[in-house]
Design a protein around this ligand. Structure first.
Ligand SMILES: O=C(O)CCC(=O)C(=O)O
Length: 274
């Protein structure tokens, strides 16, 4: 099967693209989870969130998008089909008007998970990166440290699909081993998007593997699944080739004892430096 990763078409199971591995068999063993995170640089946990709560959040987001005129009115709301002429919508912010979403991202289940994983009380940044990615769009390959590196490096991203995401709808892909690309960490990984005016490293996933090695990995996702990774794991998304929005959110978690990146934390996070 051919999958569109960033600007390339790659064969799933071919030399450049494989499947992510799930960590569900070790989900109740925190020591094993920490070792897996160290070794693989990511944790894929299926059914981590309560699926019904995620679907409730999805409905509230779709209702909002419908009111914004972004959805095709002749189709079912839950399909999230794009209205003619609509584009991707970035809804980053505190999203206080979406309590069902905050219930998933700030709830006891996920906070207790991070308390245990970190071995310290955890916090989550108030800013949530909510995205509705439309047809033809994808996210280029990057390290998150470039966007949120002004506090501790020990921040974790949780990427949550808010709906089922097929290969065609464009879920996330990561570059295996990229948390150990020391040259890249010492160059691109020391940049700050606001200070240096730098963003994604590349739209072409093979630029990375040809220069640094590794291999890309992805999968299909269901509402409730999460992909968790640190600040130095290269990731991009597959292209959405459908006319249904791919709705997802990425949120951040860290220890309360570490420095936070003030752009994203607090009740009124200021966001990127203007
Ligand atoms: O969902 C996407 O397209 C990008 C997500 C991302 O870059 C992240 O989770 O850090």
């Amino acid at each position: 099967m051919l999958v569109k990763v960033g600007s390339r078409e790659l064969e799933l199971g071919g030399p450049h693209l494989t499947e992510l591995r799930s960590s569900n068999e070790i989900v109740h063993d925190v020591v094993a989870l920490r070792e897996r995170m160290e070794e693989d640089g990511y944790l894929l946990i299926r059914g981590f969130h309560d699926r019904a709560k995620v679907l409730h959040a999805r409905t509230s987001i779709l209702e909002k998008m419908g009111q914004m005129g972004k959805l095709d009115r002749d189709t079912l709301l839950e399909e999230g089909r794009m209205a003619d002429g609509s584009k991707s919508i970035f809804m980053g912010g505190t999203n206080e008007d979406l309590p069902a979403l905050l219930n998933v991202l700030n709830g006891d289940h996920i906070m207790r998970f991070f308390d245990e994983l970190l071995g310290e009380p955890s916090l989550t940044y108030h800013y949530k990166w909510l995205r509705a990615v439309g047809k033809g769009d994808f996210t280029g390959a990057h390290y998150d440290i470039v966007y949120m590196g002004r506090g501790t490096e020990k921040v974790y991203t949780v990427w949550s699909p808010l709906g089922d995401v097929s290969y065609e709808m464009g879920g996330l892909a990561i570059c295996l081993g990229s948390h150990r690309f020391e040259d890249l960490k010492q160059s691109y990984g020391t940049k700050d998007s606001d200070r240096d005016g730098i963003g994604h490293y590349t739209d072409d996933p093979l630029v990375i593997t040809e220069k640094f090695g590794g291999k890309w990995a992805t999968t299909t996702f269901e509402a409730g699944d999460v992909l968790i990774f640190g600040m130095y794991l290269l990731h991009c998304s597959l292209e959405n080739t459908t006319n249904q929005y791919r709705i997802s959110v990425d949120a951040r978690y860290q220890s309360v004892n570490e420095k936070v990146d003030e752009r994203w934390s607090g009740k009124k996070p200021r966001g990127h430096d203007k």
